[in-house]
Design a protein around this ligand. Structure first.
Ligand code: GLV
Ligand code: MN
Ligand code: MN
Length: 423
């Protein structure tokens, strides 16, 4: 493989990523939340690219854009397919690589497979999911869950964004048909596996000077909505000892969350309070009610469960001492998800083929593979990014590394076709 081919793939990836980055709901920064106008435009652009790459394009009830490439040769796998993709939604003020790189890499891989006349014995579906970040609705992975057949129907009316719009209403506005959710699910027997290319979002590959990494597992995560209720009062007259201040109690709770995660660092535990709102929110009123999120992750499941118990126990103590009430509602919970040895082997083979060392690593970030694991084997290829920065506009991946990732994806699919990914 000449370096010119890799460079060309990298350039094409970068220009597609730049085109997607221009589609934002906010001026001057990239914000593309699930089912927003910018998501609509991104889905349309991705659909055009898929069509131009020779795929049959459709969009399912949850807004996942799908491009299908039929098998090129008859045989026992002709009725089955590999799924390849990632997500096109973003966090608020995002970078331009998280998720989008996996979609762009999959489309480029299909273009190349056709251009090179590679004859795969199975079908390929490229998937561009819409709800990986879980920023707009308290759902997270709704679109990949529908594809995997594990979407919770209750979320259609139960999940609402901060403006009160239900998931059902937003889907209708996007052009989806919420009554056709069941049809979005693949039959498990028709699917051979799910492959995803993604930036690492951490510093390991860069520190070790390796462009690509093979993912062994995706860390489990739990997300909670915590509501703390005290009592509003006059900031000038209620003595400090008589207050039921929901914000002061929440502040102590947030520090408890941080302390529990720090104590679990041997288990790669991390916990984040990323969103907070308070009521009534006036300079001269003691806060009556606070809601905040907790995102809790660890490399394996038992320490995460133990940390959740420890956090709840600390919340009870703080609430009692401060005479406030609290509710801790777990709205998302995904166990640590293993990558299949078979798909890991195919990616490892592809990386070696490119003359690169194989570095295996776990993913601390969440991915659509969490949901897809309910349907099929999953595997991921990580691409080195600068300084481990992600969920930040300074996110950066080198075009040559992205070209290598596209080439490795093509070779992994070829290895799976040859049975070389079998272990
Ligand atoms: C997704 O990016 C997540 O890990 O929160
Ligand atoms: Mn992502
Ligand atoms: Mn992300």
């Amino acid at each position: 493989m000449t370096t010119a081919v890799i460079a060309d793939l990298g350039r094409r990836a970068q220009s597609m990523l730049d085109a997607l980055a221009a589609l934002s709901d906010e001026d001057g920064r990239i914000t593309r939340l699930y089912l927003s106008p910018a998501h609509r435009r991104a889905a349309d652009l991705v659909a055009r690219w898929m069509g131009a790459a020779g795929m049959a394009v459709s969009e399912d009830a949850l807004g996942t854009v799908r491009g299908h490439l039929p098998p090129a040769v008859p045989g026992p796998l002709a009725n089955r397919r590999y799924l390849v993709g990632s997500h096109i939604d973003t966090v608020v003020d995002a970078g331009r690589y998280d998720g989008t790189l996996g979609v762009v890499a999959a489309i480029l891989a299909v273009e190349e497979i056709r251009a090179r006349g590679l004859k795969l014995p199975f079908g390929l579906d490229v998937l561009a999911f819409g709800d990986e970040e879980g920023v707009r609705f308290p759902t997270t992975l709704a679109s990949s869950s529908a594809v995997a057949g594990v979407f919770k129907q209750a979320d259609l009316d139960g999940a609402r964004d901060s403006a009160g719009v239900s998931l059902r209403e937003a889907l209708v506005g996007f052009g989806g048909d919420p009554d056709r959710v069941a049809a979005a699910a693949y039959a498990p027997e028709s699917v051979l596996g799910y492959l995803e290319v993604h930036i690492e979002q951490g510093p390991v590959l860069e520190i070790e000077g390796r462009p690509l990494g093979v993912v062994t597992s995706i860390a489990g995560q739990s997300r909670y909505m915590v509501t703390v209720t005290g009592e509003a009062g006059h900031a000038g007259t209620v003595p400090m000892t008589m207050r039921r201040d929901a914000l002061a109690a929440s502040a102590e709770m947030m520090l408890a969350v941080e302390a529990v995660a720090r104590a679990g660092r041997a288990d790669q535990m991390v916990a984040t309070v990323g969103r907070l709102s308070l009521d009534p929110g006036a300079v001269n009123v003691i806060p009556a009610r606070v809601s905040f999120t907790v995102d809790l992750r660890a490399e394996t499941d038992p320490p995460r469960a133990a940390a959740a118990d420890a956090i709840k126990q600390r919340f009870r103590e703080i609430a009692e001492a401060r005479n406030v009430a609290f509710l801790m509602d777990r709205y998302h919970d995904t166990p640590t998800t293993p990558a299949s040895p078979r798909i890991q082997a195919a990616f490892a083979r592809a990386v070696e083929d490119l003359g690169l060392p194989v570095r295996r690593l776990t993913s601390g970030a969440g991915h659509d593979g969490h949901a897809m694991h309910a349907l099929c084997d999953i595997g991921m290829l990580f691409v080195r990014c600068r300084a481990g920065i992600s969920h930040n506009p300074n996110e950066f991946a080198d075009a040559t590394d992205m070209g290598l990732a596209v080439e490795a994806l093509i070779r992994a699919l070829t290895a799976l076709a040859d049975g070389q990914g079998e272990v």
